[in-house]
Design a protein around this ligand. Structure first.
Ligand code: NAD
Length: 467
């Protein structure tokens, strides 16, 4: 049965839409439902603002540093609002805000210096980097501020302007963030738009947009790429993941169990690069299942706003339904719930932290992205089988290998077909690191200088040495 929602019947376009608190399932505020045809004027203004914004890198750096300070100063307003609409524990909302400010400062300091090109000919060729123009950003609901900043910080630092659309499930903190930033940035350099579809589709295919940077599901990513093809805008797609963690024979289970558990369950498992499958050697299988189940049974689940909460609700009703369906299917396929396996009674979108043992390898909880507080643990006999299973998927975001002999673990990690492979960790990213999923997990690169240059185009000046 789909989860009942007190959502008011969607009104005619232009009427505000309700935003729900996933800890109660109740509407607590609303956001504007902007019409797709409003985008024409918004993109025009972003284009006009681009003329000045691209021209003065020093003013840009100053403004972005001021923006970072303003974001930090607004933390006490932003964090509770983010928790209220998204569900995550308050400390994690504060972490998103800190990351947003840090990202603004990191990219503000990057400088696309001109590069001479020498190839032995009597010419002076120089590569200079130029911004692209107005960029469209489309963001999901799992890390509304952090993922928005992963888009606007490099794009604006590179001299572009941006129109950014948050998920309709989590528009509020992003709107407040937009007002906070607008005090530090020139008008129309960053515009937040909110609304239901087809607002995102229209933004992705708008002829005035030169780069579409999207984070979300694979299906929507394909639609966005199709839309952007109409104007041949550049696309960067950060899509879903089904990351495997392979435990090696020499792993010390109790030593790594906390880290492994949180690599799967942070933000209620709603992390693109969370551990979504664990492969454990047959000899250690029961011990691994038990260690993870013990943690799943004792973790404090509750409203994110409560100080003791470690795990909040699932962020929205459709996602809760998906997690429930996927778990029920695994149990019907023969899996055993070593912990959880069901929704929690009471209001809100709470699901018991779940460890599934003995799930068949073809069950959707193994082959698809569950994106919730549910983790299958699978046994393996030969290591090659585990590597093959980890790679045997259309996803290619991340993966990890856990063991005591780090050289051996690294040799196994090197065989993973994905964008980032961790050893004895998972989902740890520094701002300076590139982040690029392969296969269905993404197109293009985010993060670090590579993400910065993804917002620039090469411009070459070629002149002879002599007149
Ligand atoms: P989603 O694809 O449903 O929505 C993402 C965004 O796209 C939202 O703002 C949504 O309103 C908008 N949208 C919906 N239809 C659209 C269309 N036709 N054209 C343009 N925009 C449209 O994803 P979601 O459920 O919000 O987020 C969860 C997904 O995001 C998961 O698959 C997760 O793995 C992925 N994700 C990936 C990364 C990464 O960096 N790889 C990071 C976080 C989340």
């Amino acid at each position: 049965m789909p989860t009942p929602q007190p959502r008011r019947t969607p009104g005619p376009r232009g009427e505000p839409f309700a935003v729900l608190d996933p800890a109660t399932g109740e509407a607590f505020d609303e956001a504007p439902d902007q019409r797709p045809d409003e985008l024409d004027a918004i993109v025009d203004r972003a284009h006009d603002a681009w003329r000045d914004w691209r021209a003065d890198p020093v003013a840009r750096t100053t403004a972005l540093f001021a923006a970072a300070d303003a974001v930090e100063a607004a933390g006490a307003d932003l964090a509770p609002l983010l928790t209220r609409e998204q569900g995550k524990p308050l400390a994690e909302s504060y972490a998103e805000i800190a990351r947003t400010a840090a990202r603004l400062r990191y990219f503000a300091e990057l400088d696309p210096a001109p590069q001479p090109i020498t190839d032995g000919r009597p010419v002076r060729t120089e590569l200079r980097w130029r911004p692209l123009g107005p960029v469209a950003a489309i963001v999901p609901w799992n890390f509304p501020l952090q993922l928005a900043s992963a888009k606007f910080a490099p794009a604006l630092a590179a001299g572009n302007t941006m129109v950014l659309k948050p998920s309709p499930f989590t528009p509020l903190a992003t709107r407040v963030l937009g007002s906070v930033l607008s005090a530090a940035l020139p008008q129309d350099v960053l515009t937040i738009v909110t609304g239901r579809e087809p607002l995102g589709a229209r933004l992705a295919s708008h002829p005035g947009i030169r780069h579409v940077t999207f984070t979300g599901s694979i299906a929507t990513g394909r639609a966005v790429a199709k839309g952007a093809a109409a104007s041949l805008a550049r696309v960067t797609l950060e899509l879903g993941g089904n990351d495997a963690a392979i435990l090696l024979e020499d792993v010390e289970v109790e030593r790594i169990a906390d880290r492994l558990f949180w690599a799967a369950f942070r933000n209620c498992g709603q992390v693109c690069m969370a551990v979504k499958r664990v492969y454990a050697p047959a000899r250690l299988y029961s011990q691994v299942v038990e260690a993870l189940a013990e943690r799943a049974k004792t973790v404090v689940v509750g409203p994110g706003i409560d100080p003791g909460t470690q795990l909040g609700p699932v962020s929205n009703a459709p996602q809760l339904d998906r997690v429930e369906r996927c778990t029920a299917q695994a149990l019907a396929d023969g899996a055993r719930a070593a912990a959880g396996g069901h929704r929690l009674e009471g209001p809100g979108y709470f699901f018991a932290p779940t460890i599934l043992a003995d799930a068949p390898s073809g069950s959707p909880v193994v082959t698809e992205e569950q994106f919730g507080p549910v983790l299958p643990v699978l046994p393996y006999g030969r290591l090659d089988e585990a590597v093959e299973a980890a790679n045997g998927t259309g996803f290619g975001l991340g993966g990890s290998v856990w063991g005591t002999d780090l050289d051996r673990a690294e040799a196994v990690a090197d065989r993973l077909e994905c964008g980032t492979a961790w050893i004895n960790h998972h989902a740890e990213l520094s701002l300076a690191q590139p982040f690029a999923g392969i296969k269905d997990s993404g197109v293009g690169v985010a993060g670090g200088p590579w993400g910065f240059y993804g917002n620039l185009r090469p411009f070459v000046v070629h002149r002879p040495e002599e007149a």
